[in-house]
Design a binder for this molecule. Sequence first.
Ligand code: MRU
Length: 352
Amino acid sequence: MVGGAVRPVLRYLHCMNIGGRPYRTLWDTANGIEVIDQRHLPHRFVTAELRTAEDVAVAIREMWVRGAPLIGAVAAYGLAFAIARGDDPVQAAAKLLVTRPTAVNLKWALNVVLQSARSPLEAARQIVADELERSRLIGEHGLALIRDLASRRTPVNILTHCNAGWLACIDYGTATAPIYAAHEAGIPVHVWVDETRPRNQGAALTAYELGEHGVPHTVIADNAGGHLMRQGRVDMCIVGADRVAANGDTANKIGTYLKALAAKDTGVPFHIALPTSTIDWSLPDGSEIPIEERDPDEVRFIDGLGPHGPTRVRLVPESSPALNPAFDVTPVRLITGFITERGAFANLRHNK
Ligand code: MRU
């Protein structure tokens, strides 16, 4: 695994921007793939080359790359690298599968590679192309919902949680895809960005990518969303998903459930944006979705930029224990609708 220089991908139409240059979250190199090492954002833009399945496992487990669709795509390459050097495909897939438990895209992508008639590398490349198209279509379908709200009031104020942006996908994002589409269509939008403790994917990543793309936004403390909804300052919520059970119960970053409760109480529409690769048809409801518990130090410490560069500080008394469930499950009754690449669907079980 080696650090790489900042390098743009080819100019693709409507790619998301960093410093005015279009990027995607991964691209092929002569020896593997290059990814954006998201641990350093928003303070430094660093890329890394992943050449082996072990590189990929570390990058997923330690969240160099994260977000359900991106985890799946990168894992697919990891499996392709393992098979190319002669590893047993099923054993290699099993090693990659345990890197993160909640996002079902990981399992889905590994199965696609294992079952594909194409070469493993071609299958991984196809997953990237398909996820890209799924995000683009989520943007198109979600745009209609934002357009409808904009006919009554602008700017349309949209609250999102965690990072379900292009950094979590290949391009465009899931929750952010309709937002970028609206921005490009000239519809005034403003995004309330939940900071998303403990790892602050909202403050660090969503704010960064919206800012780089020129989308108006404001970072809020996680606890502020309910207050803003009661004040009528949120027109809709759009969040992503890590695993959606067959009945629509949705696992997403910890704190999503509380936003859904507040949205229900205040009558704010609460939408889940997801590619169908995030649906786990094998689970009838959300009760069996595995919830990742991460290192309590992610709660006890916080990373930031100090006067001498990146720094980490302790927030809690040295002897206090902490608990760090990384996801929660929002029951389907709290969800207004699902925005997928196949269309935006109203949830008939909303409020039932
Ligand atoms: O722990 P992370 O950063 O991988 O969690 C990501 C999320 O919860 C996203 O909201 C989710 O994966 C949707 S991604 C488009």
